[in-house]
Design a protein around this ligand. Sequence first.
Ligand code: FES
Length: 577
Amino acid sequence: MTKKDDDASGMRKGLTNYGDAGFSLFLRKAFIKGAGYTDAALDRPVIGITDTASGYNPCHGNMPQLLEAVQRGILLAGGLPMKFPTISIGESFAAPTSMYLRNLMSMDTEEMLRAQPMDAVVLIGGCDKTVPAQLMGAASAGLPAVQLITGSMLTGSHRGEVVGACTDCRRYWAKFRAEEIDAREIAAVNDQLVPSVGTCSVMGTASTMACIAEALGMTVPGGATPPAVTADRMRVAEHTGMVAVQVAKERRTIAQVLTDKAFENAMRVLLAIGGSTNAIVHLTAIAGRLGYEIDLKALDRMGRETPVLLDLKPSGQHYMEHFHAAGGMATLLRELKPLLHLDALTVTGRTLGEELERAAPPFPQDVVKTRAQPIYPQGGIAVLEGNLAPGGAIIKQSAADPKLMEHEGRAVVFEGLEDLATRIDSDDLDVQREDILVLKNIGPKGAPGMPEAGYIPLPRKLARQGVKDMVRISDGRMSGTAFGTIVLHVTPESAIGGPLAHVRNGDRIRLSVSKRELSLLVPAEEMARRAQEQPVTAPTADRGYRKLFLATVTQADKGVDFDFLAAAEVKGTLPRA
Ligand code: FES
């Protein structure tokens, strides 16, 4: 982009290259006038709006109403709204896994922001990978940007019990596998788990990224929690449109909001909400676009002094609509105040601290706990190290069985997803409740795309005996809605020859969450012998996106971004000690 392009605004920005700037503008205006615009409209600041509606994405099912409200806000503030489509990713409709497409969506978002004339953009996302993809793309494009969240779905009711996607999806499916409920009941539950459009109603990845977006200062205040189908959500959308015009006029770029302090605030919030483990990968990727690296060990240290305060499933009891009724993020951020950078700038032009001063006053509620009486004394996520994961691994300790957090057991190994599907329910499987289930080849390159298969199902024969949890280890991810003693993101992954590739049935493994240890109790010489005996060849592809993906995707500790998309220069490492 030239200096001249930088200074241009509205329809004059980023002219199509015909070698004659005057003609380019003339032509552009002629075409847009074909849609009925006047010169007066075209002279306004242009605010792009990413329309991520899709029949395959019910989490974005309120998009028509959101678009209307955002456009109203933009017009009220004197801007010209221009909606345009980008890729949309619905979590349970994307094969092999939505994560495989996150970087593609980020590239689509980045390039459409660069290519089309706009002074600012409203990013509308909600389902798990969409918000990180949009923030990654917008961070690279560098425009002023405001994030709008689609909002959570409502809760349902099954036989008098409140249910919601998708912690209860997994809980009821586990009951069905264990033959505690029959086919008729599981079908009845299926009707109730998702009672409206919107994102998952527990603290899964979508809710986590919504809270993180607000903590980063990228949404309007209160933007994280209103459910999708409420008037509050529509008011947030209208306000977002108005703020987008303001950021355009004041030329407040995304880099002015996404600072080191903003990322540290987001990490605090991730730990304090018992957020999804996926958010670490996403935050790492977003920060990487702006030149910041995430130090997992420092994040773990931050976790030791950041209690989980939010009583939401899967770490606690409530759902997103209850968090919203309890005052939403303002209630949580107020409690976290001493641990936050209150001088971090937000999209409104005010600091986080100033926005908290302006928020509605606190009132008695039981969803956000105090730091003196938290849900869990440390942050929800612990970072593990050891010879099985030289590049680190993570565990969501707040959603794990305390009895299994110090555990040594015999490895029962599955070589990949197919092997798992073939053998996990076999009555012949040699497995006992004290064993450790190990799943290989579900890392970034392995599956590919690092699917959420780390929540390895309990072998049916143990489930029938009433076993509710076992230590499970993989190089994949798991849904933020899942519960269990599950070690994830083992780095380097098995598909590129990480130590996980050489674990065999019967090996002893030690997990100590208190010592942050994940050890394979096999001598180094034996591991070297196995590596020589069975060398690993990293997967490749002949063409297309898969070829690009396999050739350039990074490991979990680098955000599973494409290596060529990260910022060229490293500005620093976060969180700072
Ligand atoms: Fe879209 Fe859970 S499936 S947020």
